[in-house]
Write a protein that binds this ligand. Structure first.
Ligand code: NAI
Length: 335
């Protein structure tokens, strides 16, 4: 199959080229993101492969359809960047990689909690400057804390598994109960009540209209003073302006995020010689109790290999049968 791979980085090219030896697709790598402006590059390609910050909106999909594209393969678990209604209307299939490595994101999540909770990132910088002063580096222990995992799908349950050795009290919230999570944590059916009890909240929900700004001005009022919030899912689960107010008032004691609401123009590129004009993001970086990473929780060797193999297999299945086990189907999402 002729595949146009957008938003390609060196590590994508390497993993796709290595995995493609077993599949034999005709791959073309493009560095720009897929947007309405770059969509014409895909003319003549049956398949496009996209990533989380590509703009796969109605305009882009119309241009893809006009150029003969039949399938959009996102090399991610989340698919909130794709206008599924427009894709269905214009006859384009959408496929994804549902579980390339839940452990990659889960281990990174625990890493963020430990790093920020114990100030390891600040200690690293101090020691490199021969500053061995400990003042300001006092941390928190997870032992006996109450940690709430919102979303107990593949990643959330892996987070519960990985956190289960710390002697913390683990709570869980989801619209469905996961038997493995039930064995590790206590489910609380009311999200506000669960949030009210937590010292640490970690979000593992997909971004949907129901979860958009799930942490907002109103919910923040119900949280414990000094609560620790972790988001490695999608930026818009948090109302960033409300979170900044929470940080300023001290209501939020720690914030660790790998994703940001308007990350599309920032992440996955070197802006070290540029002026960043996003004042909200710049404000976040000023807090000593905020740790931001640039959407790297997925980035492990195993995950990259799984992403490439599953994406190429998705395309093979579609080429051979017109269907795919990993199709994103609107009927299923609507329930
Ligand atoms: P999953 O689909 O296995 O689990 C999501 C869980 O959320 C499900 O159990 C579902 O029932 C629950 N859920 C959905 N809507 C809900 C609602 N309104 N209220 C309560 N629960 C709800 O997804 P998985 O693999 O665990 O991934 C979670 C998210 O992590 C992805 O959607 C993606 O946004 C993010 N992610 C981030 C990565 C990164 O590099 N930072 C990498 C991979 C995924």
């Amino acid at each position: 199959m002729k595949v146009a791979i957008f938003a390609t980085k060196g590590y994508d090219r390497k993993s796709f080229e290595e995995s493609n030896v077993a599949f034999g697709h005709d791959l073309t790598f493009f560095e720009p993101k897929l947007t309405p402006n770059t969509a014409p590059l895909a003319a003549g390609f049956e398949a496009v492969c996209v990533f989380v910050n590509d703009r796969v909106n109605r305009d882009t999909i119309m241009k893809l359809a006009a150029g003969g594209t039949k399938i959009i393969a996102t090399r991610s678990a989340g698919y909130n960047q794709i206008d599924l209604e427009s894709a269905e209307e214009m006859g384009l299939a959408v496929v994804r990689v549902p579980a390339y490595s839940p452990n990659a994101v889960s281990e990174f999540t625990v890493g963020l909690i430990l790093t920020l909770g114990r100030q390891i990132h600040r200690a690293y910088n101090r020691v490199r400057d021969n500053n061995f002063e400990l003042d300001g580096l006092q941390g928190i222990e997870l032992h006996k804390k109450t940690i709430g995992v919102f979303g107990t799908g593949r990643i959330g349950v892996s987070v519960l598994r990985n956190l289960s050795g710390f002697g913390a009290r683990l709570l869980a919230y989801d619209i469905y109960r996961n038997p493995e999570a039930e064995a590790l944590a206590t489910y609380i059916d009311d999200p506000v009540e669960m949030a009210r009890q937590c010292d640490i909240i970690t979000l593992h929900l997909p971004l949907t209209p129901n979860t958009h700004h799930i942490i907002n001005e109103d919910t923040i009022k119900h949280l414990k003073d000094g609560v620790f919030i972790v988001n490695t899912s999608r930026g818009a689960l948090l109302d960033t302006l409300a979170v900044i107010e929470g940080l300023k008032s001290g209501k939020i004691g720690y914030l660790a995020i790998d994703v940001y609401e308007i990350e599309g123009d920032l992440f996955f590129q070197d802006l070290s010689n540029e002026i960043v004009t996003d004042d909200v993001f710049a404000r976040l970086l000023t807090f000593p109790n905020v740790l931001v990473t640039g959407h790297q929780a997925f980035l492990t060797q195993q995950a990259l290999q799984n992403i490439a193999e599953t994406t190429l297999d998705n395309l093979k299945q579609f080429e051979e049968t017109g269907q795919c086990d990993n199709a994103v189907l609107l009927d299923q999402i609507r329930g």
